[in-house]
Each structure stands twice: as C-alpha cells, then as structure tokens.
Design a protein around this ligand. Structure first.
Ligand SMILES: Nc1nc2c(ncn2[C@@H]2O[C@H](COP(=O)(O)OP(=O)(O)OP(=O)(O)O)[C@@H](O)[C@H]2O)c(=O)[nH]1
Length: 306
C-alpha cells in the first residue's frame, strides 16, 4: 500500500481567477473547521480533502497588495509567511485571460521566497476556451519558468464549474505532499466555527461596493460567538456579535448608510455568506465602532489580530 501523505496547499491568483470556486469544488462547500490546530500553522483552514491515502489541508491566504499602511505591510508579510509554510502552492491562471503583469508579479514574489514550496500551475476555467487557445495558454505558462526562474511541478488545465480534471488535480497535489500522518484526526474536526473566518466574511461584505471610499479602513472584531444553547440538534443557530471598526467618524456614516440601510445590507450579505460556508443558520448582530487611526497604531493592530 502507498504511504500516507499529508500537508498544506493554498491557491493563489489574481482576483476572479477561480480560486474560491476551485477550493469549493475540491473540498466541498460545507467546510470542516478544526477545533484544534496543528502546531505547524496558525492560518485559517479553508477545507480538508480526506482520502484513504492522504489528507490535504487547503488554507486561505489574502491577496498581495501594494502596501500603503502598516496594516498593508503586515498583511503582505502574513501572505508570505503562509506561502512559506505550505507544501504546495496552486497558481490559478484563468484560461480565458492572457497572462498579465498581475500574474507575473505574483509568481515573481513567490520566486523570491527563501524556502519555496512546490508549485503547480492551474489553468482554470478550461470550459471557456477551445483546444487551440488552451494550447497557447499552456505554452505561455511553461515559458514563465525560464522568465521568472521557477519550476512548475505540474501544469494542469481544470474546470471547477464543468468538473473537468478535478480528480486529477487532487491526485497531483497529493503526490506533492510529504509522507506523514493525518494532521487533523477525524475526531478533532468539529463544526465549531472559527472567529477569524467569520470576521473575514463580514469584512468582505462590508467592503463590497465601498472599496474605493474605504479600501483598507474596515476591520472586524468578533465580540462574541457561539451556538445558541437549548436548540434542537437538527436546528442549530449560530449567534454572532460583531463590530465593524473604522478609523474616523466620517467613515462611520458611510458604513451605516442612510437610516442604517447599508449596515442592514452588509449584515444580510454577511449572514448569507457565513451560512453558506458553515452550513448553519446565523443570527448576526453588527455594530460600528470608531478606533481612531487604527491602521497606524501597533497596539490596535495587535488587538485586531494583525
Ligand atoms: N466558466 C467557468 N467559470 C468559472 C470557473 N471557476 C470560476 N468561475 C467563475 O469565475 C468567477 C470568479 O470565480 P471565484 O472562484 O470567485 O474567483 P476567485 O479567484 O476566488 O476571486 P477573488 O475572490 O476575487 O480573488 C465566478 O463568477 C465563477 O463562477 C470555471 O471553471 N469555469
């Protein structure tokens, strides 16, 4: 029998490259969230592929941005730390788009890591293009090796939407993991949601539509979260009390909107996202707080977990 393998992977790529859809297709949408984390990582687990011969843990990374504040710098450091800790990085390069500066920037940043994980180039959205275009795309991907001084362990076209080559991709990723035991024993995986993930989903919803006005100025803090006691087992309800934190009074108005209209929209959208990912109905209580210039203040950043 083949040796059991285990390890971490993350998917990177420009916005809209298909990372989330691919992750969901590989691990399923209802994610198993580990109640205890292995020592090896302090990052957010997005999902786990459990097989007889392997356990592949997919983790989340935020995108890399041009840093304008201390927060921006810390986020980028966090991304690089995450990249260095995983065994495999799947670089998503959508087949319906030309490889552009955004893609080469990302790959060249990965190339700079002192301890580089194995790299897999994933030509996503293969269902959107014909054979000729795909061939051209794959050649272009291969040319990045010489251009950027990297080596692809594999180059593979997939479609998460049409379900093409997903099993192959999982096999290839598993093949690049080191031999090792299950990182998350079955019994230790619970449905107890992680505050960090929920906070991130609320932040995403809050930024929807106001990215230009408040690019990085919103943080989210979970004040309290837990399954409501005394609910029947088949009707769980997750209570989430959260605060959105902005830097200035003037931003508070933007986030709350006319007569609270925006706050309501954000709450609804976040609630749907959390429900979709955790598979549990959610009661969400959202407040807005001003924490003056929090992005420039190390104490505030630490408190918010950056
Ligand atoms: N046709 C097709 N569309 C896809 C495929 N994968 C993703 N998409 C679509 O592409 C869009 C972006 O997909 P996401 O999975 O959200 O991309 P992402 O990389 O996570 O995007 P960000 O969160 O912005 O970084 C969505 O509209 C998806 O439905 C695919 O295999 N085929």
């Amino acid at each position: 029998m083949a040796e059991f393998r285990s390890g971490f992977a993350c998917f990177v790529g420009r916005p809209n490259a298909g990372k989330s859809t691919l992750t969901n297709a590989l691990v399923g949408t209802k994610i198993a969230i580990a109640s205890s984390k292995p020592q090896t990582t302090r990052h957010v687990v997005r999902g786990i592929v459990n097989r007889e011969d392997a356990q592949l843990v997919v983790i989340d990374t935020p995108g890399l941005h041009k840093p304008r504040t201390l927060l921006g710098e810390r986020l980028n450091d966090l991304v690089r730390d995450t990249w260095s800790e995983v065994d495999v990085i799947g670089v998503c390069l959508p087949a319906d788009q030309r490889i552009g500066p955004g893609d080469t920037f990302l790959v060249s940043e990965i190339a700079k890591l002192p301890e580089r994980p194995r790299l897999v180039a994933i030509a996503t959205k293969s269902d959107l293009v014909g054979g000729d275009r795909m061939a051209e795309h794959l050649l272009r991907i291969q040319a990045l090796e010489a251009e950027l001084g990297i080596e692809w362990a594999e180059i593979v076209p997939v479609s998460a939407v049409a379900g093409q080559q997903l099993a192959l991709l999982t096999d290839l990723l598993v093949g690049l993991l080191p031999p090792g035991p299950q990182l998350y024993p079955d019994g230790e995986i619970s449905d107890e949601p992680e505050e960090q993930l929920v906070a991130e989903l609320i932040r995403e919803a809050a930024l929807e539509g106001v990215r230009d006005e408040l690019p990085h100025s919103i943080a989210v803090e979970i004040d309290e979260m837990g399954l409501r006691p005394d609910r029947p087992e088949d009707k769980p309800l997750l209570d989430v009390y959260a605060s959105m934190i902005v830097e200035r009074e003037s931003q508070k108005g933007i986030v709350i909107g006319r007569r609270g209209s925006r706050l309501k929209e954000v709450g609804q959208s976040a609630r749907h996202q959390i429900q979709a990912i955790l598979g549990t109905p959610v009661y969400l209580d959202l407040k807005v707080k001003v924490l003056k210039d929090w992005q420039r203040d190390a104490k505030h950043l630490n408190r918010l977990g950056f």
